[in-house]
Design a binder for this molecule. Structure first.
Ligand SMILES: Cc1cc2nc3c(=O)[nH]c(=O)nc-3n(C[C@H](O)[C@H](O)[C@H](O)COP(=O)(O)OP(=O)(O)OC[C@H]3O[C@@H](n4cnc5c(N)ncnc54)[C@H](O)[C@@H]3O)c2cc1C
Length: 407
């Protein structure tokens, strides 16, 4: 008799598991509360990283049977690294350091590519459908709470394809902002690792900064955003259910690059159900060391301001000179060396809080940190104008996919 598998959530982790299990002949049903896969993100650009393993992630995906041609992906091997004192350097590498994909409901988006692969394999996806967690075998429902948030604006631009990554504690408290431009569409996003009132003022100021430094000729389309939930559960299989992707706490505490972990964990859960591996063991061996290293880095990042961010950027530049590869630094950052391992007990105690979730799981969770006095500053005249511009665009129908009160 065909075994039935029920999956909660039709995001990347849930659809990855669904594709593999359906191909193996399982009767797979995926339940998604939203109207479509990717609706959570609605046109956001995100980068799939290529630095936490020596294997190119697209080769890994092909080995698992996924076709990366199913969605649009733009590789980058160089970025503008913007230091907190506005110096711009350009780390580069030979191969793709990351690939930018679009999240959303348009057919070229990664979510739609994974949806097509799951459906072609035979999975049934039930959109706008609720299902009790207890009735599911795989929980792939994404983040529940907020440890950090990101706000971005999508716009038309004449600027060629480009990625900038800015370490700046004023524009992005405790974190970073970025500019991504793909084929005439731009995204400026700021990430807040400290909770703020009126978060949109950080986005307005960030946009003003990028406008001053790049020829953008920006014509706003919409604003997007979302939250990240950073927690490490005690177990990845709980009461017989497999927790994958962000629902399983498989997220990068340092920068929030969770897509690779989401797809990988979906694949591993499917392989475990097919009795090809032990999910708990694989996750602990392959992903938990990376998540822990990222949590330790986050702990260190939380302790520094722009002076510390400048040291990070300077170290990155020196590291590239020494090793002849701009990606070497990012690979090193995720290596769980002796220093980081020694710091782990301190990080657990000082940064993470024990919490029991509604489903009974115990997690060590990073709370959304409180704002600091330095987070309050007078906005520039241009940032105020940008805020006013956006309000008038909104009145004319401009959409925001994420409200501040969702954080
Ligand atoms: C603004 C922003 C920018 C980001 N940028 C990057 C980046 O550049 N690179 C990167 O690698 N990662 C990035 N991430 C993180 C990445 O998006 C996530 O880690 C990844 O999507 C997690 O995949 P998932 O399958 O676990 O969850 P999701 O992709 O969120 O999928 C979960 C699905 O479950 C559905 N769902 C939720 N609750 C229920 C329920 N009760 N019943 C049914 N369905 C439910 C949701 O609607 C959603 O479709 C970013 C995140 C945000 C918010």
């Amino acid at each position: 008799m065909t075994r039935r598998i029920d999956i909660l959530g039709a995001g990347l982790s849930g659809l990855s598991a669904a594709t593999i299990l359906s191909r193996e002949g399982y009767d797979v049903h995926v339940y998604e509360i939203r109207a479509d896969s990717g609706a959570r993100f609605d046109g956001d650009f995100q980068g799939i990283e290529n630095w936490t393993s020596d294997t190119d992630f697209f080769d890994e995906m092909r080995e698992w049977g996924f076709d990366p041609e199913e969605f649009k992906a733009t590789p980058f091997n160089i970025i503008d690294l913007i230091h907190p004192d506005d110096v711009i350097t350009q780390p580069s590498t030979d191969k793709p350091a990351f690939r930018v994909v679009e999240r959303g409901t348009d057919s070229h988006c990664i979510d739609q590519g994974f949806k097509r692969m799951a459906q072609a394999a035979g999975a049934t996806i039930h959109y706008e459908t609720r299902k009790a967690l207890e009735e599911c075998d795989i929980i792939a429902a994404g983040p529940k709470e907020s440890s950090a948030i990101a706000f971005g604006e999508i716009f038309h631009t004449d600027h060629p394809n480009h990625v900038s990554f800015q370490l700046n504690d004023k524009l992005a408290p405790g974190a970073y902002s970025y500019l991504i431009i793909i084929d005439g569409i731009g995204l400026i996003c700021t990430c807040l690792w400290r909770q703020q009132k009126k978060s949109s003022r950080y986005l307005n100021e960030t946009i003003a900064w990028y406008e001053e430094h790049y020829e953008l000729n920006r014509r706003p389309i919409k604003r997007v955003g979302g939250k990240g939930d950073f927690s490490l559960p005690d177990r990845y299989i709980h009461e017989g259910r497999y927790y994958v992707g962000e629902a399983g706490g498989l997220q990068d505490f340092m920068w929030g690059f969770g897509m690779r972990y989401a797809i990988t964990s979906g694949v591993l859960a499917a392989h475990s159900i097919m009795e090809r591996c032990d999910y708990e063991k694989e996750i602990r061996g392959r992903l938990v060391p990376l998540v822990r290293a990222s949590a330790i880095n986050r702990f260190l990042m939380n302790r520094v301001s722009n002076r510390g961010f400048k040291m990070v950027a300077t170290h990155w530049v020196r590291d590239e000179k020494r090793h002849g590869d701009g990606l070497h630094f990012m690979k090193w950052v995720y290596q769980p060396g002796i220093f980081r391992r020694a710091l782990w007990p301190v990080v657990k105690f000082a940064m993470l809080r024990r919490k029991q979730l509604k489903d009974g799981r115990m997690v060590s969770r990073m709370p959304f940190r409180k704002s600091l006095s330095r987070d309050v500053w007078e906005p520039s005249a241009r940032a105020i104008e940008i805020g006013e511009e956006w309000k008038s665009i909104q009145r004319g129908g401009g959409q925001t996919s994420f409200a501040e009160n969702e954080a």
